[in-house]
Design a binder for this molecule. Structure first.
Ligand SMILES: *Cc1c(COP(=O)(O)O)cnc(C)c1O
Length: 344
């Protein structure tokens, strides 16, 4: 299968290919469809996750521009910020993390553990902002300030989602299609968590560019679904343009499922927590409360409601978040011990 991104500057940062594994026990428990997991929680870069693939292209661009310091934004427990700090450390660049107190959780684990602890450990300079701050504006202003001091900043967009960052998931589409072919898996569907949208858009653009009829389904984990869908669709177009590939893709063909966000971004849901527990006990795979738990909660709900047939081959893209899981220790405690030694 041809490399679609060979012409783009890239720095190897992650472990690839990540494994594609069957989830037999979860599939049996649900009574179909055939389930697999693409282990992008195993990409490396300080506990793994989907941002590693995006950062390979973003940092290729940063180095081509002679950057000396990475500046990025995210929520306090952002996995993206942690992997950006890790990438900076690997390449010997400085890193500034602008973190928004976006989620109303006061526990010590959330405020100081998980990703925010790792950001500091990896050497990032962490600056915190109150909820509601215009973080894109802060990012631009901070980069201007650094430039004024004679430094060469590179602004890494929120979630690493941009026409360049999304190329990481164009590459993942190619890698996954090749793996499925090698394993004799007739891949029909991919399910993943959709946040800033670049992972979803990159996979969709990649499948379109490869001409493969695989349905990419996002589970919305933040924001109003109409606006989110429009945002992801625009990113599909921008990513195709970046690839110099022309493919028709209707806004109506974008699959983004709603109903699994709960009270908002970063706030756990009962269905998400139950999904984390079930998948831990059935597959020994660790999900997180913000993204992959809610996405798996959606997959389980859709499977139970007969959304797929027993012949469908559904791949769950595990986008990581394991460091974030530990920030939710207080919320996890009750859930984790429930129903011990019984059926999931
Ligand atoms: C960032 C993130 C996502 C969402 O990816 P986007 O490209 O921002 O939509 C999903 N899961 C985890 C664990 C993440 O950190």
């Amino acid at each position: 299968m041809k490399a679609l991104t060979a012409h783009m500057p890239r720095v190897r940062l992650g472990h690839a290919p990540t494994p594609l594994e069957p989830m037999r026990r979860l599939g049996e428990w649900l009574g179909g469809p055939r389930l697999y997991v693409k282990r992008d929680d195993c990409t490396g870069l300080a506990t793994g996750g989907n941002k590693a693939r995006k950062l390979e292209f973003l940092l290729g661009d940063a180095l081509a521009q002679g950057a000396t310091v990475l500046v990025t934004v995210g929520a306090l427990q952002s996995n993206h910020v942690r992997q950006t700090a890790a990438a900076a450390a690997r390449l010997g660049l400085a890193c500034v993390a602008l973190l928004e107190d976006k989620v109303d959780i006061a526990s010590a684990a959330y405020q100081h553990g998980g990703n925010v602890m790792l950001d500091a450990l990896l050497g990032a300079r962490v600056l915190r902002y109150p909820r509601g701050t215009d973080m894109a504006a802060q990012l631009a202003a901070f980069c201007d300030e650094l430039r004024g001091q004679g430094q060469r900043p590179y602004a890494v967009p929120m979630g690493g989602s941009s026409a360049i960052g999304n190329l990481g998931y164009v590459e993942c589409a190619r890698e996954l299609a090749q793996q499925a072919r090698d394993m004799g898996v007739p891949l029909t569907h991919i399910v993943l968590a959709t946040g800033s949208g670049g992972t979803h858009a990159g996979l969709q653009a990649g499948m379109l560019a490869l001409g493969l009829p695989v349905q990419v389904m996002g589970i919305n984990i933040m924001g109003e679904v109409g606006a989110q869908a429009a945002m992801v669709w625009r990113q599909v177009q921008a990513t195709l343009a970046q690839l110099d590939v022309v493919r028709p893709f209707d806004a109506a063909d974008l699959r983004l499922m709603d109903g699994y966000v709960g009270d908002g971004y970063g706030l756990s849901t009962a269905a998400g927590m139950a999904a984390i527990r079930s998948v831990a006990r059935l597959e020994a795979v660790l999900l997180d409360p913000v993204y992959t738990g809610k996405a798996m909660g959606g997959l389980i709900d859709l499977a139970r409601r007969g959304h797929w047939s027993a012949e469908d081959h559904v791949v769950f893209l595990h986008t990581g978040g394991q460091a974030g899981l530990f920030a939710y220790a207080d919320q996890m405690a009750a859930v984790a011990s429930e129903g011990l030694q019984m059926k999931p």
